[in-house]
Design a protein around this ligand. Structure first.
Ligand SMILES: [Zn+2]
Ligand SMILES: [Zn+2]
Length: 389
């Protein structure tokens, strides 16, 4: 058994390290020692440097029934780390490389990975699994020997993790690790959606439903593309002030619309002379997706769904509005192909875009539950959780 201090000796052996384990839905995570197997073929063991809490972690942490619910579990899927060791057949990364693990696979070999039209890897497409993708087992065990489940192929609330090589993106060492960490999910989703899915052009009007990290990242990218009006829609008025820093030019609070006996879409249509060119839904509520669609412009208005609806609610849209040329599309990870686009974003966007402002808090792994409090209270965009190696 290797300890954390003598990593060279750990290669090929299990590592004992600290992890934040969720044992029951909605309960505080517990910092425990876990044992982590060495990487098998096509796997990479990563020493996590820092990680952040994303809404998808919180949604699954709250969920107490259904086929996706598995405890004990190590959450976390936005992270950056250093390769500790690699399994057989892994050639694209080596020990010491700086990497961003991502929830979306990118095998590079299947027809969809090869197509410029898709970022949905069909060979390794199951995102919501609790296991390693090739052999369907876990690499984590607790001190009683019980299996601890993976989450979104990353499980970064641990000092070390094992990730399939299809979920590992190599980046250059010149990037500050906390900024690089943000590229793992939320910020990339928002930027990618503007850049690849909507292809927002100069002078256009944009409406963003939900001003969390994804929504703010949409604003940042829309501003960079030269959008003339960027409307933020959120129930939390504090988000409006914060949003200005990210490029939000106008705000709509649905509570105020109610008082005026108008729907949100009526208000947005008035503000945009008939409807916004691009509407982004960043929460994951079917009713809000319909609001976004109804706020978009007849003829060519485009609605992009980025929020994950975990309830399976049906989406109700007017067929006649579709006939009039509006479109609605969904996008996992903002249409980003992890292995191509994340390094591109890292190189191109981190200098140009205002990424620092996404980091609202910072805690050590031992205080990870504070990160949950900040996000649940609507105080935080991204709370960096640092590992104390
Ligand atoms: Zn693929
Ligand atoms: Zn996420």
């Amino acid at each position: 058994m290797a300890s954390r201090s003598n990593i060279k000796e750990s290669i090929g052996k299990p590592i004992r390290c600290k992890a934040a384990i969720c044992r029951k839905a909605g309960e505080p995570l517990i910092i425990e020692e876990v044992e982590l197997d060495p990487p098998k073929a096509w796997e990479v063991r990563i020493k996590i440097l820092c990680t952040t809490l994303c809404h998808s972690d919180v949604s699954m942490w709250k969920m107490d029934s259904g086929p996706l619910v598995k405890f004990p579990r190590i959450f976390g899927h936005e992270a950056v780390g250093v390769v500790e060791s690699v399994g057989e057949h892994v050639e694209e990364v080596k020990e010491g490389d700086l990497v961003v693990p991502v929830f979306l696979a990118n095998c590079g070999e299947c027809s969809d990975c090869k197509s410029p039209k898709s970022n949905q890897c069909t060979k390794f497409g199951n995102v919501y699994t609790d296991k390693m993708p090739r052999d369907g087992t876990s690499r984590f065990r607790d001190m009683k020997g019980e299996v601890v489940h993976h989450y979104l192929h990353v499980s970064s609330f641990s000092e070390y993790t094992v990730v399939d090589v299809t979920h590992v993106v190599k980046i250059t060492h010149d990037l500050p690790v906390d900024k690089a960490c943000l590229l793992s999910c939320g910020v990339s989703t928002g930027i990618g959606a503007v850049w690849k899915v909507a292809d927002v052009e100069e002078g256009s009007t944009v409406a963003i439903f939900g001003l969390g990290t994804v929504g703010m990242a949409v604003a940042v990218a829309a501003k960079q593309r030269g959008a003339s009006k960027i409307i933020g829609i959120d129930l939390n008025p504090e988000k409006f002030e914060i949003g200005k820093r990210f490029g939000i030019t106008d705000f709509v609070n649905p509570s105020d619309c109610k008082e005026k006996e108008k729907s949100v879409s009526e208000v947005i249509k008035e503000m945009t002379d008939g409807g916004a060119g691009y509407c982004f839904e960043c929460i994951g509520l079917a009713s809000l997706m319909a609001d976004a669609f109804n706020s978009s412009r007849d003829g060519w208005g485009k609605t992009i769904i980025l929020g994950v609806d975990m309830h399976g609610s049906p989406l109700s849209l007017s067929p006649y509005a579709l006939l009039r040329g509006k479109t609605v599309t969904g996008s996992f990870f903002g249409g980003i192909k992890p292995k191509i686009d994340v390094p591109f974003l890292a190189k191109t966007y981190l200098d140009k875009l205002n990424i620092d402002d996404f980091i609202s808090h910072e805690v050590g792994l031992e205080d990870i539950n504070k990160a949950f409090d900040y996000l649940l209270e609507g105080k935080s965009l991204r709370c960096i959780i640092r590992m104390n190696h």
